[in-house]
Structures are given as C-alpha cells and as structure tokens.
Design a protein around this ligand. Sequence first.
Ligand code: OGA
Ligand code: NI
Length: 340
Amino acid sequence: MFSVKELVDSNSLRSVPSNYICLNNPEDSILYNETENIPTIDFSQFTSSNPNERSKAIQQLGNACRDWGFFMLINHGVSETLRDEVIRASQGFFDLTEKEKMEHSGRNLFDPIRYGTSFNVTVDKTLFWRDYLKCHVHPHFNAPSKPPGFSQTLEEYITKGRELIAELLKGISLSLGLEENYIHKRMNVDLGSQLLVINCYPPCPKPELVMGLPAHTDHGLLTLLMQNELGGLQIQPNGKWIPVHPLPNSFFINTGDHMEILSNGKYKSVVHRAVANTKGIRFSVGIAHGPELDTIVGPAPELVGDDDPAAYRAIKYRDYMQLQQNHELDGKSCLDRIRI
Ligand code: OGA
Ligand code: NI
C-alpha cells in the first residue's frame, strides 16, 4: 500500500496517477455559497441557569438537526490550545516514517488502531486522496504511542468531546419530545463507541480530478469535527453542494445515520464529502459518537405510529458499521440498505 502522503513526498507530482482519477458528474462540481445559513448553536446556553435560554437552545438544536443535519458549535469551552495541540500532534503522527505508521496497518474495522489510505482499498474502484488514522477511543482508549505526547493529547480531547456530545444528546432527546435521558439509556451512551478518525489530505496538483473522501453519511449519532486552516468539507443538505467555511474556534457537528434511524427519519443524516486542494496538507479530526457497539438500533417506538410507520429495520450498531465498510462509498447513504 502506498499512502497519498508518501506518493506526494517522494515525487514532485505534476500529474495525478490514473488509479486516483474519479469521473465526477459535472453537476456535482457546482457549489452554492450558503455557508452563512448554516445554523450556529451556542453551547453555553445549554448549561445556562436561565430555563428560557436553555429551552430556546434546545429548540434551535432540534431545528438544525431537522432542517440541516449539521451545525457549528460555538462557546463550547474546549480551549484553542488543546485544539491546536491535537492538530499539531496529528501532523506529527503523519510525519512519522511509513514503516512506523505501517505498524498500525490493518484491514479490520474493529482493530483498536488502524492506519490506512483511501476508504477501503479492498472495495474502492478508484483510490481517494486521503490517508487516515482511526482509533477506537471509548469505552476503551487506544492510540499510537508515537509521536511522544500524542496519546495523552488525544485522550484529553476525546474526553472533552464526549462531554459536549453527552449534553447535546440530552437536548436532542428533549427536542424530539422524549425524556432528557432517553437517548442515553436506549443507546447505552455511557458505554458508547467513540471512533476517532484523523484524515490527512496532502496537496494535489489537480484536485478537480480526485476525491478526498467521496459523498457519504456517517454512522453513529453525532460526529464532532474540526480541521486545520485549509477547507475542503462540503455538505449536501438539500441536493446542493455547499462548501463549509468554519467559524474560528468552532466545531462542526453533524447527525449520523443512527440519529436518523432512532428518530425514524425526523432528523436526517447529512450527505457530505471532502475535496482535495493544491495549497497544503489538510488535516481534519472527526469523532463519531455512537451507541454501545452491541446495541440494536431501530426507530424509537415513541416516534412510530399509524401516520409514521417504522422507516428502517433495526440492526446492531456493530453490524451496520461493517455493512458500511464492506461496500464502496458510491455517493449513496448506507441507510438505503436498511430502509423499509
Ligand atoms: C469523515 C469525514 C470530512 C473531512 O471522516 O467521515 O466526513 O472534512 N471527513 O475530512
Ligand atoms: Ni463523514
């Protein structure tokens, strides 16, 4: 396996190797500048002692999940220093030698630590312009021991991330008209899975010919994402591709497939992708927060009725992850495989 970074570092690349060339539908390259419409959620309002402020924030959160499946989170209390450290340490990991990184190469989705390239090289027809490190960090924490300090930084970061998500999941339960701890209890959130994904997108001489990460939806309930200064994330909430320009020091949070399943389609899992750029290495750090791996997830019975029949069949979270991994990312959501 060649990583993209190795390919870029070892050649002065002027052209793109043919196995990376994606035949994109021209309509898919049209972008709509609507970033300013992306909802912003102020996290400090969730812990406000003013009940009106809290209920307003919960309503905004529900609207964002319903209308967009995506929002920016501000005033979240995670320091800029820690965020910078995570990006720096991620860069440090990808700067290790290929041999050092390959100690973590693996094919199995449930390997505690897995370094790789593209999406799933055993099923990808074309390769994607992206290398990755994936670590299962909860309920058991796993991270590479190199570079020094990386693991400690990540542990601090994922703990903060879990606290934010726990609070948001309470707000989401309430916004669906359910009891505050509904999702926590039903999804075993205390033992919930946290999968950390660090994406490395090296610069590309012809970004329009390749795809960093093609259109997909995320498994899990909520994904927490941050990135370095280079953009590349695009979302497709209503059939139109919108580039995302982050507010300084904000997080992007998107709803995942299991939120769509649990809410019986009330909250949509948003289709998104990442494109390459010519300027420099882009890093993004995502944490997919899901139920405990052996939890069977189906639509909440409280949200199913004569007018709202169950729209998805119930499936164990672990099996759904495997289902997604076994198929190439073809622009469609893996949810289509379990829709009734
Ligand atoms: C992902 C993802 C987007 C990005 O890792 O699932 O969508 O901007 N990443 O890297
Ligand atoms: Ni994603």
